[in-house]
Design a protein around this ligand. Structure first.
Ligand code: RP5
Length: 163
């Protein structure tokens, strides 16, 4: 199975992305986690992106806050699917990162999830890889079944507590 690259613009982003990394691990997906900034190390970003397909990656998740250009910079250099994960760093609480990530020009898409939605970024990456992996497909179905069971249990507990 191809790997997922989980890139973040700064090490300070890690607390906001670790739940997504945990989901990839739970789904038994190989994941390389890197700090790569579009602005601070642009040459490393382009080098990584140009080589990503031959290095065995199938999807690239790019998490960044503020003027979040990491996903767009990566997407400019590869036709692998790029998932943008805008983060709530800074005084605009992620709205800046959301718009910087999602508003890509025609022909260079970034599939953008919600602000700080690291879990959704990971599940979307898994669903893309699962198109060519039946075992992973089954693990995602089980992951969703567990989520459903948790909500049903929460509903039961709340209803019983309100009696
Ligand atoms: C962005 O700037 C990073 O993704 C991070 O969210 C934000 C702040 O980075 P640091 O100044 O904490 O390194 O590029």
């Amino acid at each position: 199975m191809r790997k997922v690259a989980f890139l973040m613009g700064s090490a300070s982003d890690f607390p906001r992305v670790e739940k997504g990394i945990a989901v990839l691990r739970e789904l038994e997906i190989d994941c390389d986690v890197r700090v790569l900034s579009a602005h601070r190390v642009p040459q490393e970003v382009s080098g990584f992106s140009l080589n990503a397909e031959s290095a065995g990656f199938g999807v690239i998740i790019c998490a960044a806050g503020l003027a979040a250009h990491l996903a767009g910079a990566v997407a400019a250099h590869t036709i692998l699917p790029v998932i943008g994960l805008p983060l709530s760093a800074g005084s605009l609480q992620g709205l800046d990162a959301l718009l910087s990530t999602v508003q890509m020009p025609p022909g260079i898409p970034v599939a953008t999830v919600g602000i700080d939605a690291a879990v959704n970024a990971a599940v979307l990456a898994a669903q893309i890889l699962a198109l060519k992996d039946k075992d992973l497909n089954a693990r995602i179905i089980e992951f969703r079944r567990k989520n459903t069971a948790q909500v049903i249990l929460a509903d039961k507990e709340i209803r019983e507590g309100c009696r």
